[in-house]
Design a protein around this ligand. Structure first.
Ligand code: GDP
Ligand code: MG
Ligand code: ZN
Length: 300
């Protein structure tokens, strides 16, 4: 008697509270609600849903390839799922927090997501100082792409196109760095893509601070995910003993430590601190390691 109902598939392209916008393979977008706690989802999730009036009910979230998230003392905040890469956007101005940058890269490394840094506003005089602050990242193998999204948009588009082609890319960065400029440059119809449904999601609220997926090509193969800025970037999901393994410049020297469970903070014969003294690990990177390690030690 029982009939198997084939549920429709969809991509979560925005979310606000427990309301989501799901895009069908045909490109239709509709508001969906999860059936229960189990179908909690994030942008980038593939879901199975069924219609319910004008809206939809999410019945099932497909298994995730990966999930980028941060975990503060009291809450876990997911950025997006099923990512091909992370692009951390910083700029010559305003001066960026290296700790935030490092934390985003550690979260990506921990989730198995490739990452690169985009340094925007190359037209401003502050660019040399910003570039110098990123030297340690270039040395440890993270690509830093210098752009002027507003001042030299054609060049920026040409540089970015091959990096984003066919991929799902999450853009993270503090406000004022050029995230909106980037989205508007690459997805000129961004407003339309989000459109009325998104306004409906936000209706009655004076906020548009939701994570959103934008297609940047006509074939809908390349997606850019814009996420609101954040203050805290907790990494409580990480085991303190693993932290150095998620920082390529420290990891490289941890083999030389005398003790297998060296914390790289005070033990004799520490390969990481020896490298720091030789100038092979930057002081700011080591300081950030110690700062995060301290937070993880206070795990409840
Ligand atoms: N000088 C300069 N300003 C830029 C560039 N790109 C963006 N901006 C400016 O930086 C400010 C913040 O940009 P916006 O895209 O709103 O940043 P968001 O807060 O990350 O979304 C705006 O005034 C932009 O015009 C650039 O390449 N050069
Ligand atoms: Mg913005
Ligand atoms: Zn050590």
């Amino acid at each position: 008697m029982s009939k198997t109902v084939a549920l429709d598939v969809g991509l979560v392209v925005a979310g606000h509270g427990r309301h989501y916008i799901v895009e069908t393979p045909e490109g239709q977008r509709l508001i969906c609600h999860p059936r229960g706690k189990k179908s909690d989802c994030v942008v980038g999730d593939r879901v199975r849903w069924q219609p319910s009036g004008d809206e939809g009910v999410i019945e099932h979230v497909e298994p995730r390839r990966n999930l980028l998230f941060r975990q503060d003392e009291w809450k876990t905040k997911s950025f997006a799922a099923n990512l091909d890469q992370l692009m951390v956007l910083v700029a010559a101005e305003p001066v960026f927090s290296e700790s935030q940058l490092a934390r985003a890269l550690i979260a990506a490394e921990s989730a198995g997501i490739a990452a690169r840094i985009v340094l925007n506003k190359a037209d401003l005089p502050g660019i040399a100082a910003a570039r110098a602050r990123l030297a340690a990242y270039t040395r440890m193998g993270v690509e830093v792409v210098e752009l002027a999204l507003k001042a030299r948009p054609d060049e920026a588009r040409a540089r970015l196109a091959p990096l984003l082609d066919g991929k799902a890319t999450l853009v993270l960065g503090p406000s004022g760095t050029g995230k909106s400029t980037l989205i508007n440059l690459l997805a000129p119809d961004a407003r339309a893509q989000v459109g009325e449904i998104s306004q409906a999601l936000n209706s009655g609220r004076h906020t548009t601070t939701t994570t959103q997926w934008y297609w940047i090509d006509e074939m809908h193969q390349s997606g850019l995910i814009d996420s609101p800025g954040f203050q805290e970037f907790g990494l409580r999901q990480i085991d303190a003993a693993q932290l150095a393994m998620l920082m390529p410049d420290l990891r490289r020297h941890a083999d030389a430590c005398r003790f297998y469970n060296c914390t790289h903070l005070h033990e004799p014969g520490c390969g990481v601190r020896a490298a720091l003294e030789r100038g092979e690990i930057s002081e700011s990177r080591y300081r950030i390691y110690a700062e995060i390690f301290g937070e993880l030690g206070q795990r409840r």
